[in-house]
Design a protein around this ligand. Sequence first.
Ligand code: SF4
Length: 226
Amino acid sequence: MDANRNKVREMSIARTIEKLRKNNMDAAYLPSAQDVVPMLRSMLEEGCSIALGGSVTLVETGALKLLRSDSYRLIDRYESGLDAAGIRKRFIEAFGADVFVTSVNAITEHGELYCVDGTSNRVAAMLFGPTKVIVIAGWQKIVPLLRDAVDRVKRIAAPANAIRLERDTPCVKTGYCVAPFNDDRNLMSIPPGTCDHGVCSNMVIMGRQQVKGRLSVLIVGEELGY
Ligand code: SF4
């Protein structure tokens, strides 16, 4: 990346980290995806129980491989052979985990995390249950404002996830949401009946946290996930 552009990026990351900390979240910058595994090792106690939010970032950074090692007790939602009832059982067990590791769809420079989920086991455990939540996100997920976070989901995160999950949604065919523009009075602005098989059921904004340090956000200086 051009040095001047990189300087602008670094200032955006620094602004975001400062605001996340003011919202009672721990936040740190990791220059490279290779820094994620050593950082997780330093944050996780041997033998702790860990649950996962569905995330391409965890695969790309090697975090999933680490969490599957014998050092931890992973509540593995991806274990082969699980039927729907078995996966649901893992989702419920996640609420009692010591640590929940996941990513997000966007982070605002105002210090908020933004997630849009279908099943919503991810956002449910981020909001309540596990003692600690560790969020890993590529720097490209930083946006200035909440309305930019909504746009990011409509134009990047949700269409990419719908393609990955082989859903029959309008965005799989066009690459953007059936309602591609938000309006300030109705941010998601999805007309009922226009996307019945989508991945955008619950839209969650995480602002100031009541339990200081329960949420840790690791912003990585590489593009990761959706
Ligand atoms: S509401 Fe439907 S069309 Fe819009 S982004 Fe979500 S899944 Fe895609």
